[in-house]
Structures are given as C-alpha cells and as structure tokens.
Design a protein around this ligand. Structure first.
Ligand SMILES: [Zn+2]
Length: 205
C-alpha cells in the first residue's frame, strides 16, 4: 500500500498486527477513527494504554481483574469450595453467561501443548494444587476444551489432584470433540456444567 501519510501508515500497520485484521480492514478502521470526534479517539487510545498498564490478575484464581482479588473470588454468594478450572478468561465469561454455575474459578492461562512447547510449569497448575491442598475444596470441575490439548491437560490435572480424595468432575460432552468452550452456546454449556460427570468414568469409553 502506498500511503500519503507516515502517521496513517503507522496506524494501519499497528492495527494489522491484530489477529484476523488484514491491511485493508486496518485501513478501514483507521479511517473510521479519523472521522470520529477527538474526544472519542482519545477515549479509545486511553483505554488501550490503561489496559496493558493497569490490569491485574487475581492472586487466587488468576482471572483478569481490576483489583488484587477478582469480583468472583470476593463475592459473598459464591461457593468457594467448588473450583471450576478453565483455560482462560474467555471461558470464565462463557461459563458465567450460562447463569448455571455458582462456584469459583481457577484460570490456567493456557493448555498443555508439547507441539507449541507449553508444559505444565508454564501454566498455573502448581497454584491450583496448592489451593486444593490448603483450602477446603469439595469438588474440582475440569471445564476444558474438547481438543487434544484439552484432553492432555485434563489427564495431567487428574494425576496431580487424584490423591486429595475429592471428586474431580468434567463437563458433560454436550460439547463436540474439537469444540472450544467459548464457542459453545450458553444453553449447551450450561447443561454440560449441570450434568457434569466424574472424570474417572469419562475415561472409560
Ligand atoms: Zn479470583
């Protein structure tokens, strides 16, 4: 692309670094911003800058939060002894949207993937084991995507947690193999959580 302005070119290049955004789309977005009121563009820029600088991760569940502890971990009405283990914050949002779950979460920040060089020590797995070992926990629900990485992580977590003698369940497979949690519709995901099954029995196929 031949740009008439270096500022325009820089902005388009930055936007096109975002996933799923090509140069054409980036140009459309940038021109759109140019037509907005100054105040609105300032707001947009500030929100991006503050996001990276100020956002925190909950020190208990690792979910993205504005505070040291997230709103779910500090809420009075949640069952603190039921922990739902998910891959990332998008899955927390997906499960919350079902309105069917009242426990707390543990965000792993990814899945075990030897192909991508991601091992257990790259994820918040030790802190999960620590949580189970040091706080009263009645059940751990493993709500991971039905993919190869999800299954590998599921099996590894089961091995790490099984000696604690607490029920380890997994969401019922209303979710098709290869399905990612964030794409499951709310009703299907809600039903999967309510009808969760012990992990041991899900190993027998
Ligand atoms: Zn939290």
């Amino acid at each position: 692309m031949n740009f008439s302005s270096k500022l325009l070119e820089d902005a388009v290049n930055e936007f096109s670094k975002l996933p799923g955004v090509g140069q054409k789309t980036a140009l459309r977005l940038v021109l759109h911003l140019l037509n907005k009121e100054q105040e609105e563009v300032d707001h947009f820029g500030n929100s991006v800058m503050r996001l990276r600088k100020e956002i925190k991760h909950c020190s208990v569940c690792h979910n993205i939060s504005d505070h040291e502890l997230c709103d779910i971990c500090t809420a009075n009405k949640r069952d603190r002894d039921v922990i739902c283990v998910v891959e990332d914050t998008r899955d927390v949002m997906a499960v919350e949207n079902t309105g069917q779950y009242f426990g707390v979460y543990h965000v792993l920040d990814g899945l075990i993937s030897p192909m991508d060089g991601i091992g257990p020590s790259d994820l918040f797995i030790d802190s999960l084991v620590q949580r189970v070992a040091t706080t009263p926990v009645k059940e751990v629900i493993l709500a991971l995507s039905a993919t190869m990485e999800g299954d590998t992580t599921l099996f590894y977590l089961y091995k790490r947690l099984k000696d604690f003698q607490i029920p380890i369940t997994t969401i019922a497979r209303g979710i098709a193999f290869g399905g990612e949690l964030e794409y499951a519709d709310e009703i299907t995901l809600g039903r999967s959580i309510v009808t969760r099954v012990p992990y041991q029995s899900s190993l027998i196929k």
